[in-house]
Design a protein around this ligand. Structure first.
Ligand SMILES: [Zn+2]
Length: 160
């Protein structure tokens, strides 16, 4: 696991800036974004206002786990307010547990297709994979040493 930050990513720390940051840094399903508890709370409220339903738990943006930092943390996992910390290849026990909790795909060498633009999982035809199947794929990637992945331009990111 590698820690990056704390990093200032803009004067508002909302779903839009988080998404842009994840795309900029090309974070993936093995990574975690840590937020200060106050910022995490704002995100929960923003989500509820925007989608008229509670923010799912655990919460992912573009496959990246968004986690609330421990307010009392010291050292590299301390996140100041209005900053973020990236955990590349997050191997903290609760994160690994999370990834393993719902694994139903076998370790069978199946090829995963991912969008070249956003990194999201897609079908071989480039259609975005959503819902529980997407969750399974994330878990699968997390628990495999070297999942074979193919990059393809997904419908999610086809322009014009
Ligand atoms: Zn895409």
């Amino acid at each position: 696991m590698e820690v990056f930050g704390p990093k200032y990513i803009g004067h508002t720390l909302d779903l839009r800036t988080i998404r842009a940051f994840i795309l900029d840094l090309e974070l993936n399903e093995a990574d975690t974004l840590l937020l200060h508890p106050d910022n995490y709370d704002s995100l929960v409220l923003e989500y509820r206002d925007m989608y008229r339903e509670p923010m799912p738990q655990p919460f992912y943006v573009l496959g990246v786990y968004i986690d609330e930092a421990d307010a009392n943390a010291i050292g590299p996992l301390r996140v100041p307010k209005d900053r973020v910390v990236v955990l590349y290849d997050d191997t903290r026990p609760h994160r690994v547990e999370l990834a393993r909790a719902d694994t139903t795909l076998g370790d069978d060498g199946r090829t995963l297709y991912r969008c070249t633009e956003c990194g999201g999982f897609v079908t071989p035809d480039g259609l975005p994979i959503t819902g529980s199947l997407r969750k399974q794929y994330i878990n699968w990637v997390k628990t495999r040493e070297d999942p074979s992945t193919v990059r393809t331009v997904g419908e999610c990111c086809v322009k014009g």
